[in-house]
Design a protein around this ligand. Sequence first.
Ligand code: AMP
Length: 413
Amino acid sequence: MTSFQDLALGESLCRAVLTAGYENPTAIQQQAIPHVVKGTDVLGVAQTGTGKTAAFALPMIERLAGGGKAIPKRPRALVLAPTRELAVQIEACFAAFGPGLGLRSMAVFGGVSDRPQLARLARGVEVLVATPGRLLDLVAQKGVFLDRVEILVLDEADRMLDMGFVRDVRKIAALVPIRRQTLLFSATMPAAVAGLADSLLTEHVRVEVAPVATTAERIDQRVLFVSRENKRHLLTTLVKSKEASRTIVFARTKHGANRVAEHLRMEGMTAEAIHGNKSQSARQRALDEFRSGRVRILVATDIAARGIDVDGVTHVINFELPNEPESYVHRIGRTARAGRDGVALALCDAEEVAYLRAIERTIRQPVPVDEGHPFHAADIARLHQLPGRSGGPRPPQQEQRRPRRRRPVSRAA
Ligand code: AMP
């Protein structure tokens, strides 16, 4: 089995990694670390939960170590992340392993005062983790200069584009020296991300792990057919089960998330909603309470959930199915992290059957049906079984491009 020592990481970093409890490198770490250490550009297709943060952070630390004193306002590495939560989480990885090799790091993001951020930048850090908007504000104030950046990382590039950051990202990339190492990580590779990668990376290596199906396989997924009226009752039954000790419930809209959280509280459970209408500090507070176990249920929208890194999530419940199948994959990836198992339940009403079909095409497997609940709606289950009904969304692009394997005539009959 490959060890961290085999991946060209120095001895002290290897020791630190072992002390942190990482026994063996994950698949993305095995693939990416040797290239990043050498200075090669890397395009990484990997989801959160695969260990991708350490896959870029560890070799970056190795490369940056021993570079002398940090220059005020001029970081040597810049990591862009779509959300504050993700930025904080990435910085935590640099903070865990960097100081041992004399590297300082910090995260900057919007929604909080820029003063402490400016002060810290003025003292100098080697690694800056930033959300694009706040970074550009700080650049405009001459609080930071990007002309000494040696390594540029874009994490969760697909989310970054979804959230409308493409222009900001391009502006930032234009401020970074052309001669640099660039790493781009994304859970999915739609055409827009591939285009961005083409324009930012030079002679890159592509590494890819956990194709959607593999991650999905580790998770015990089930779909529960239920009428819209009964969804709340079913949800109550599900979250009351003892095994569901740390549950994330997904809703499609902010109002939906609020209503679900309110309903669960009325039923006597501890639940908090997080979504884009809440202030950063309210979101962080809800997240901390969930992490500590004071709150058992977090009700989230897709955007708010991006980058949430909470270990030990036992259940993900899709109270409403997402209309983008890739969001489903992101959602269920919140459980079964770092090799653990998890349960992902999808509550599907009659109008969501088409979404379910699109999800099944994306993960390339049917989601097993759970009929053993008190609100099972057999008519919706039948609707789902009907072959080739129209109305379902078109299959995602990469599926369309895959050549179809022909079945032998005898079996097709
Ligand atoms: P990420 O995909 O970067 O969000 O990482 C998911 C989780 O896996 C984080 O909680 C990491 O601390 C943890 N992790 C990363 N690498 C390893 C490893 N080699 N062994 C065990 N856990 C790891």
